[in-house]
Design a protein around this ligand. Structure first.
Ligand SMILES: [Ca+2]
Length: 508
């Protein structure tokens, strides 16, 4: 009823307020219709927020500190999921989370690729302030570490009395870097330290708490690392009953390469006319969904649905390959893909379920981003977030208690040495390809696929966005690239393929 009321309310306001009075917007409905609230409108908004709070908060009694289960897919496109409009792949378990919780329609990753996005997620800082702003590869294993004194969400939750675990891909510091998960607040780690390594589902080792965990592989015995990681994830949930816990499922499904040996079985797709990559991608997404279902059932068996807040997302936008993204509508037609600062590279699914605290089946179109996770976790744990972070807590939003204030979201990345920057501000999305380049401006309200640059029509908006870019970019020195990294990567893959019998043992 409130959704209906707000639609009527905001449609009415939209007709009263001139279109040229633009950002910042202050809430999700404002984003949808695009206006700047006048003083009168602000009063009405405040009343709405109060009334909305009263109605929605009634479903939830004050909660004890919940467990936090964060499930993050790798390169999953927003349109792969049925609950976001996907028509091809079957994702009933993730769709069920959405039907039982809140689905965000304007959620953004921390960055357009893996490592920096995880940095934003772990530290609560956007790319202008982050210590890791790219997939900065380190030889022989790992990526650029977090700063030595850098607080992560795991450190914060551990200090607050949570048991903390991560199963899957870390990507924020290799062996001995001082920035392994156990150095950064996690009591338990099982998985890959290095992202290059993480994209091999058939590997001969993983790590458990800093120690190598050997996996026997042969042509007759192929062990898929995700199966091991999923088992450890379930074990963590079942074994930690004494204190609240935080578990980060940093799973690598459905990241490529899309080669048949990467998944256990493709027989479910023999009736399709898909090529090998399409079948493997489909198998990865549906495997991800089944394992999400196993986690949800484990919570049910423990009667922990109300005691556990579940978050599901993906670390960046969908893959660029048209044969995949077109087949499965992975990017919902958004412009660009993983690796780019356009909507297709940054927009991700985000679902939060907290039974008894969130109205089932709700959606939220207030723009949120990965750096909101740390302050959200801090509020759930009842501790203050550290100083100097960029995010806001989403707890009041999911509980329907408040309407959040206006803010800009900021990203940057280096293409070679050239700094690219992007801003989401109300209905606007802006992009600048380099410090000397002109700012491109897109009106997402009328042009969600960023097809028409309207910068010339809105010079005052462009000026504001230039100031946002200037203010949010903290300069940093880029680490030098090491060419040995990719030589070793090719050699490691060749060695593994020989061990698995995928290529002849005598091939140089
Ligand atoms: Ca990724």
């Amino acid at each position: 009823m409130f959704a209906w009321f707000s639609r009527i309310l905001f449609r009415g306001l939209d007709e009263l307020i001139p279109k040229r009075r633009l950002p910042p917007q202050t809430n999700s409905q404002a984003t949808r219709i695009g206006f700047r609230p006048s003083a009168t409108a602000t009063c009405i908004l405040a009343c709405f927020a109060l009334f909305g709070c009263a109605a929605l908060a009634a479903i939830g009694q004050p909660a004890e500190r919940p467990n936090i289960l964060l499930i993050m897919a790798d390169d999953l496109g927003i349109g792969d999921l049925g609950c976001y409009g996907g028509q091809v792949l079957r994702t009933p378990n993730i769709d069920r989370l959405a039907s039982e919780g809140m689905r965000f329609t304007q959620a953004y990753s921390g960055a357009s690729v893996c490592a920096p996005s995880r940095c934003a997620l772990m530290t609560g800082r956007h790319m202008g302030h982050a210590s890791v702003r790219g997939n900065w590869e380190v030889f022989p294993e790992g990526q650029a570490p977090l700063n030595q004194d850098e607080m992560t969400v795991a450190t914060l939750l551990r200090q607050a009395g949570y048991t903390t675990g991560i199963c899957g891909k870390w990507g924020l510091g290799g062996p001995g870097s001082g920035s392994e998960p156990n150095d950064k607040g996690f009591d338990f780690f099982f998985g890959y330290l290095c992202q290059r390594h993480a994209h091999r589902f058939l590997t001969d080792y993983l790590y458990r708490n800093g120690q190598k965990f050997e996996i026997l592989q042969s042509p007759d015995r192929r062990v898929n690392a995700h199966a091991l990681i999923a088992e450890e994830t379930l074990r963590f949930i079942r074994e930690n009953r004494d204190r609240p816990w935080f578990l980060f499922c940093a799973w690598t499904l459905p990241h490529g390469p899309y080669r048949a040996d990467q998944v256990p079985d493709l027989s479910a797709y023999t009736h399709t006319d898909w090529n090998e990559a399409q079948k493997v991608y489909a198998a990865m997404v549906e495997w991800l969904d089944r394992d999400v279902g196993r986690l949800v059932r484990a919570l049910e068996e423990l009667d922990w649905e109300q005691k556990t807040l579940v978050i599901f997302s993906s670390d960046n936008g969908g893959v660029a390959s048209p044969q995949l993204s077109n087949q499965f509508s992975s990017r919902l037609g958004l412009r660009g893909a993983k690796g780019e600062l356009s909507e297709g590279g940054l927009r991700v699914p985000l679902i939060i379920r907290w039974s008894g605290q969130i109205t089932p089946g709700t959606t939220c179109d207030y723009p949120v981003a990965f750096w909101d996770f740390l302050p959200t976790a801090a509020e759930l744990a009842g501790v203050p977030p550290p100083q100097g972070i960029d995010g806001i807590s989403l707890v009041p939003i999911v509980q329907g208690r408040t309407t959040p204030g206006s803010r800009a979201l900021y990203w940057e990345q280096y293409r070679g040495k050239r700094l690219e920057q992007a801003v989401r501000w109300g209905r606007w999305k802006a992009f600048r390809a380099g410090p000397g380049a002109s700012i491109e401006l897109f009106d997402l309200l009328h042009d969600p696929t960023e097809s028409a640059n309207v910068a010339a029509q809105y010079p005052e908006i462009v000026a504001e966005i230039a100031a946002i870019m200037e203010k949010n970019h903290q300069p940093m020195e880029l680490p030098p690239a090491d060419p040995r990294v990719w030589e070793k990567y090719r050699e490691d893959n060749r060695r593994l393929d020989q061990k698995l019998g995928l290529i002849p043992a005598d091939k140089p």
